[in-house]
Design a protein around this ligand. Structure first.
Ligand SMILES: NC(=O)c1ccc[n+]([C@@H]2O[C@H](COP(=O)([O-])OP(=O)(O)OC[C@H]3O[C@@H](n4cnc5c(N)ncnc54)[C@H](O)[C@@H]3O)[C@@H](O)[C@H]2O)c1
Ligand SMILES: [Zn+2]
Ligand SMILES: [Zn+2]
Length: 379
């Protein structure tokens, strides 16, 4: 089959690899109809997270089941499915409690949490390919209505729609709240959108990228252009000096200033300032446990020096981590089916798999309006 193969920083290519096949009785094989490129894919792409050469990339996958192992009985050949980016066993203590992002059995390294085509997440090939092997298929796969309707909405269910929702869940967004989202990438835009779905009175979205800020404004958020204005000042002014109830961090460890200079603690510091005393922050932007190219000595070892003293003084609750997709994906699917959510508004490009290398390059440089790329292997 054709697949997007990682060879090293900024080196990805579409090439022939072996077809995946059923290896264990609980496996399913999916024919991919859509696989997205994610901001998280840029961490190995930029060489900021170590990934073995030869890995097939892609953790945002959906498609149609074409083969199943003998022990699969809930999912059938022909089912249209969304594949959560977390690969989880379904029976360990964390899975049973709904924390599939911290599955204790799926990652052979022993670390909690496994996924497809991603650093430190196990040996599992990703789905930027014609086919994908899904272990523990009955537990992991979410069934979708047959056909092709809502394809570009449903494809957001594997990661960023639930991840945006998780950010608002960690931040406890409820009706009437004021919310500040940092980062207007796909995750930040989904967090802002989920803030709206949960009834926030006011949602601010801070970033530098004009096309991304325009999408934030399009869904009714207040866009804060960090290249022209001080985000903290703008959000304090916009809340009559009170600050927001909830903050969502959707930038991660490569937070930078308008000149491009990285300050890994920058956005966490801003959030601690704009969230009111006793408010809440959800951190879904990734902070790597090690980053040899970090701009501070601490961040090289995963020690991020943000203003914890002020956070403590204000009694701010901070939640963080990978999204347990399965906790939210069925409900978010039903919002799409019932016409209450259309997360596809962020899609900027739909391309054949063969265009993946160019798409990675442009998405990484954030040029030509590359906000969210959907790859279609059958085009
Ligand atoms: N927790 C999870 O489960 C999960 C899932 C998916 C993605 N992620 C992470 O979420 C983060 C965002 O993902 P994405 O796909 O939207 O990535 P992205 O790289 O497309 O977007 C990040 C955005 O942050 C902006 N930014 C940088 N510095 C900023 C600053 N100081 N203030 C405001 N904005 C700033 C950038 O301009 C960019 O638009 C990444 O770290 C990604 O790895 C986490
Ligand atoms: Zn992703
Ligand atoms: Zn598990």
């Amino acid at each position: 089959m054709k697949a997007v193969v990682y060879h090293g920083p900024r080196q990805v290519s579409v090439e022939d690899v072996d077809d995946p096949r059923v290896e264990a009785p609980k496996d399913a094989i999916i024919k991919i109809t859509t696989a997205n490129i994610c901001g998280s894919d840029l961490h190995p792409y930029e060489g900021r997270a170590q990934l073995d050469a030869g890995m097939v990339l892609g953790h945002e996958n959906m498609g149609v089941v074409v083969d199943i192992g003998d022990a699969v009985d809930r999912i059938a050949v022909g089912d249209r499915v969304s594949v959560p980016f977390n690969l989880a066993c379904g029976t360990c203590r964390n899975c049973v409690e709904g924390w599939t992002a911290a599955c204790l059995r799926a990652n052979p390294s022993g670390s909690p949490g496994a996924g497809y085509g991603y650093p430190q997440m196990g040996p599992y090939w990703g789905g930027q390919a014609e086919y994908l092997r899904v272990p523990w298929a009955d537990f992991n796969l979410l069934k979708l209505p047959q056909g092709t309707e809502h394809e570009s909405d449903f494809t957001m269910l594997s990661d960023i729609f639930p991840t945006g929702y998780h950010g608002t869940e960690l931040a406890g967004v409820s009706a009437g709240d004021a919310v500040a989202v940092f980062g207007a990438g796909p995750v930040g835009l989904m967090a802002a959108y989920c803030g709206m779905l949960r009834g926030a009175a006011q949602v601010f979205v801070a970033d530098f990228e004009p096309d991304r800020l325009a999408l934030a404004a399009q869904i009714g958020a207040t866009a804060v252009d960090v290249s022209k204005t001080d985000a903290v000042q703008a959000i304090m002014d916009g809340t009559d000096g009170f600050g927001v109830d909830c903050g969502v961090e959707a930038v991660g460890f490569q937070a930078h200033d308008p000149s491009g200079q990285e300050h890994p603690h920058l956005v966490l510091d801003d959030l601690v300032q704009v969230v009111r005393a006793t408010g809440r922050i959800g951190v879904v932007g990734v902070y790597e446990p090690e980053d040899p190219k970090a701009t501070t000595e601490g961040a090289k070892e995963g020690r991020y020096g943000f203003d914890y003293g002020l956070a403590f003084t204000k009694g701010i609750a901070i939640g963080s981590g990978q999204c347990p997709v399965k906790r939210y994906n069925r409900q978010l699917r039903d919002l799409i089916i019932r016409g209450r959510a259309t997360p596809s508004f962020i899609v900027s490009h739909e391309l054949p798999l063969s265009a993946a290398a160019t798409a990675y390059d442009r998405f990484d440089r954030r040029v030509d309006g590359y906000t969210k790329v959907l790859l279609h292997p059958d085009q």
